[in-house]
Design a protein around this ligand. Structure first.
Ligand code: PHE
Length: 349
């Protein structure tokens, strides 16, 4: 097993810009993983970490995943990401001031990196950033001329990934009558549940915010699964839509699903090993960077290439479905796990 130090040295990215923000007692880290295909792009993750090392490791992994997403669909963008590591919660005014200082750092990179939202940031935050870092900001609110939250195209893409996974396992893409367990009813999870429900699937969900659990239990017929039962609840498809790193040796051994396709980034704790563990358990894994590339793809199609909303959503779904069909085929043919297959599928492009 590789140590964190070895993983860091194996990153393969181009630049890490680390800024200390004294006023907010925060760190801003912008990772430019690749500009080989075009400028780097990726969201801004803002949260509290257990130290700078953890924040740096996260931004490195997340930016590498962005490179894989754009390469999978052959787009002329590279991978980038920002982590804003907060050491304490900020009030509204200090948070906005911090965003403006982050905007200046983005502006100073002169187009090597384009930012969008991610966990902890919103389209409203992109409006604020745009004030100082135009034109390097994606996913602003529609009121200011942006195409809004990237959660919607992300959810459309995960929906297509679930269909492709069902096609491979059950012989048909139709999700009606299938049970889908969604971990995390945040912006993506909720919209995904709605799409699946409309298509006739039965929804199980796990969510740690009690107010949201209460609301969903009252207004929908989704079935709540307690966090301690998350991994061993029987279902057709498990869809991780919360934080990363949830699949490892111990959780994989508990799973009672046939396939996995979800929106979370970096779902496998040890990507070099866990894909194979899933294969051994005969669980079909839609690699995360394929299943969740719809946000980045949809937003860049609409905002950088001027594509209409409906066309972009269709493109996202077709691209993800086609990529997964190819990856599953390759994995079966070469008897390798789907993560390995996805990496080979991407590099052949
Ligand atoms: N949060 C998106 C992701 O992880 C990143 C993104 C959003 C990139 C919007 C571009 C535009 O894929």
């Amino acid at each position: 097993m590789m140590t964190d130090e070895q993983k860091t040295l194996q990153w393969g990215g181009e630049a890490l810009h680390i800024y200390r923000d004294e006023i907010a007692d925060a760190w801003i880290i912008i990772a430019v993983h690749s500009t080989r295909r075009g400028p780097s792009a990726g969201g801004i993750r803002m949260k509290q970490y257990n130290g700078l090392q953890e924040a740096i490791a996260d931004v490195m992994k997340l930016s590498a995943a962005m490179t894989m997403k754009f390469a999978t669909v052959n787009m002329s963008w590279g991978g980038g990401k920002t982590v804003v590591y907060l050491t304490r919660p900020l009030d509204v005014a200090s948070r906005e001031a911090l965003l403006l200082r982050l905007g200046l750092h983005i502006k100073n990179l002169c187009g090597q990196y384009y930012a969008g939202p991610d966990i902890g940031t919103s389209s409203e935050d992109m409006d604020v950033l745009h004030g100082v870092a135009a034109p390097y900001i994606f996913s602003r609110t529609p009121a200011t001329g942006g195409s809004g939250s990237s959660s919607i195209p992300t959810a459309y893409g995960v929906f297509a990934a679930i269909q492709a996974t069902c096609r491979q396992i059950f012989g048909e893409a139709d999700v009606s009558g299938k049970s889908i367990l969604i971990q995390g009813m945040g912006n993506v999870g909720r919209f995904l549940a709605q799409l699946l429900h409309e298509a006739g699937a039965s929804i199980l969900f796990s969510e740690t915010n009690p107010a949201l659990v209460a609301e969903l239990s009252e207004t929908t017929d989704y079935r709540w699964v307690a966090p301690e039962n998350l991994f061993d609840t029987p279902c057709d498809i498990f869809s991780p839509c919360a934080q990363g790193g949830i699949l490892d040796h111990s959780t994989i051994s508990k799973l009672r699903c046939r396939g996995i396709a979800g929106a979370a980034n970096n779902q496998l704790y040890h990507p070099e090993r866990d894909g194979e563990l899933l294969r051994e358990r005969n669980i079909l894994y839609a690699p995360d960077f394929v299943a969740n590339l719809g946000g980045a793809m949809g937003i860049t199609l609409m905002e950088a290439e001027g594509m209409e909303y409906e066309t972009a959503m269709l493109r996202v779904q077709t691209a993800i479905g086609t990529a997964l069909d190819g990856i599953f085929l390759l994995a079966g043919e070469l008897k390798i796990d789907t993560v390995d297959a996805a990496e080979r599928w991407v590099t052949k492009l």
